[in-house]
Write a protein that binds this ligand. Sequence first.
Ligand code: UDX
Length: 459
Amino acid sequence: MRITVIGTGYLGATHAACMAELGFEVLGLDIDPLRVESLSEGLLPFHEPGLPELLRKHVKSGRLRFTTSYEEVGAWGDVHFIGVGTPQRAGEGAADMTFVDAATISLARNITKNALIVGKSTVPVGTTRRLKALVRDNKRPDVSVNLAWNPEFLREGFAVVDTLTPDRLVIGVESPEDELTLREVYARALGRDVPLIVTDFETAELVKVAANAFLATKISFINAFSEITEVIGGDIGTLADAIGLDARIGRRFLNAGIGFGGGCLPKDIRALQARAAELGLERSMRFLDEMDEINLRRRERAVDLSRVMLGSLSHSKIAILGVAFKPNSDDVRDSPALDIANSLFEEGAEVTVYDPAGNVNASKRSPQHHYVTSMEDAVKSADLILVLTEWDEFKALTPEGLAAQTETRKIIDGRNILQTRVWEDSGWSLAALGHRYPPEHATEEPLGEQLQLSSGPAA
Ligand code: UDX
């Protein structure tokens, strides 16, 4: 079986390399010739642990190739996976389907033997049925081209592991033959008892957006409680531990902090709301509006805390440790950390950024900041330090170690990775998201008054 993968971003490049690892011959397609050139040389244009090794291994073995030609792909492949992006449409919440539609039409026009197209991108419910009509109208009359949907749940930073050993496989198919084809593709995982859900197109599409909506809700749920503990006192981490011990709730994705970002969760919950509204079901997904707002308020809270700790942000020097949307990634798409850095800059702070992998991408989006290649360079002349991504390097910080690199004793923990008490006992002033600041006495004053906002926009 020959497999092609259309679109070689995070999803497509990972899928292509993993399919080669499973023993298939794979041809990846991208419309960007530079990307194709770089992948063909075994060079991955983004950070993903374990993937460069797989890419090089299979480019070298000849099992994995890349092209820009739909003609080549259409004549060669038996199963064509679509992994192109579905970004948020400019100025609205809905998903931009331009790339998925274009890929489907180009494939359909160029397929010269019976084949199966399998969508992996995250799409609005109803897409597969719509694409089926596009395929029918664009394919050659002498070939049969079927469609299936097989959502991808991989996490950045764990993309290879999640693809090779997923916790479940979901396929939306219309015929037993297509199910068999996909069972063959995923034979290795299925042999290891990975659960397989075989369902219709709509359910398959919804599984992905529902999972992301649930995860986003879980994070915003604990962050909503952060807003309470920040006013009245209490420990948000202990609260998460305690409710997380209820097996029905579970502890994962209850880490309070500056909230979720990245290329998926934020855009996917907005696209889901937009799709529900199109279906006349705006109210059903309205709670996601609230989740989005809670999430964005966390970023404001980090800026408010910075203002309070410094008196004024104007002419202050701020070190940002971590700018990727999460650790083990160089991705800064909708990164809460970068958003906070930008807000601080807008209020007059001079911002120095250090991230073990995200500097290059961040500097392309926000060139106004200073980017440095070591933590020491970031903090040495800072008035305030913000830890915004939980890289191991930052988790390992100690009050004494950091004090040796800088004069300041002011730090904000945006990810709840530092032991508040230990830092305070060592003479640091530490503010953590989800904790009272200043920590002393609990009051019932509302957030804004408690923070004694000194300047800049109101909370
Ligand atoms: C996510 C989904 O997990 C994945 O299944 C889907 O396919 C794509 O979207 P990813 O974007 O890689 O994957 O990030 P994820 O690990 O889910 O983290 C998302 C964001 O939530 C990050 O900004 C992270 O820092 C934040 N987060 C996560 C929290 O703020 N608290 C938590 O407890 C967990």
